[in-house]
Design a protein around this ligand. Sequence first.
Ligand SMILES: Cc1ncc(COP(=O)(O)O)c(C=O)c1O
Length: 366
Amino acid sequence: MDWMNRAVAQSGGLHPYIPGKPVEQLLREKGLSHAVKLASNENAYGPSPKAMLAMQQAVSEVHRYPDGDCTELKAALAARHHVETGQILIGNGSNEVLDLLIRCFAGTGDEVVYSQRGFIVYALAAQAAGAIQIAVPDTAELGHDLNAMAAAVTDKTKVVCIANPNNPTGTLLNNDELQIFLDALPRHIVVILDEAYDEFVADIKSDSLQTLKHPGLVVSRTFSKAYGLAGCRVGYAVADASLLAVVNRFREPFNVNNLAQVAALAALDDEAWVMDKVKRVKVQRMRLEIAFSNLGVLGGKSYANFVLLKHAQAAELLNRLEEQGVIPRPLAGYGLSDYLRISVGTEEENNVLLHALETTLAQVKS
Ligand SMILES: Cc1ncc(COP(=O)(O)O)c(C=O)c1O
């Protein structure tokens, strides 16, 4: 079949993104009745009640297409970030925004530079765009090596991607070092600064949107993490209006659904709720870091809503944790086969995790 051969040839070595294992799948696989998913860095506390109410009220309108321009949400985000509405691009999750940006600015023969342990979607999107992937080795602490990334930029480089804090390593760059990096780049390069976990560091670093300067800088954020709306799929980018006008041509007309738009708008208006949940996540993160450290398995400092576990038999640990109804995220796909990434759960979920971990570590020799 011609079409099949053509599609296979075009996809090259493309592999689909492997998401965290859904609870239902683990229950089926292991014959369990209850499981705790700590694999996708969601907000374990659920969505804001205001967002839930807004969605309930909007349900009767789902026979209508959504506002293709996300007018109200865009206006609210523009006001929040002190920019013009033309400087906001809203996507079906920030994943869509990242994908659109890379597809728009990098094509066959162009280079996309990112960190070896940067968020995997940059590599997937670059590959899907037919671009050359330049994965720069990270630092010994698993962070972005900005000097090496700047050195990797050539006249073929069109896009540079940085996640800050980074997923899956949890590392953080400060804005002074980022500005030095930006100053070292040619002006025409599009720099995607992916701040999916920004709310977790808002108290310890300056707001990139107010401080960083580069003509091609695009800052992306999401409602999937701190705002607890991962299932709605809403994320956005803030950048120069003329840059986003080009990206808009690649966007499908109704990419953000009705319920997602009203939920994000309401969640944005429930700042006290978000701040409370971010605070709780950080308390629980510290609890997990201390516990992991005492158990000798802490994999490094994390600035996001997950913690890294390091153990020589991480694959065996994963298996045994799953048998006890806990779903961590393996990181072998990032070349980190000694690591598991564990999202911060609620206090109760973390009780289950720590109990399972202690039992498992007693069984598995390091
Ligand atoms: C660094 C980073 N960027 C972007 C995303 C995409 O999130 P979403 O598409 O849900 O906004 C994630 C999700 O895990 C992430 O970790």
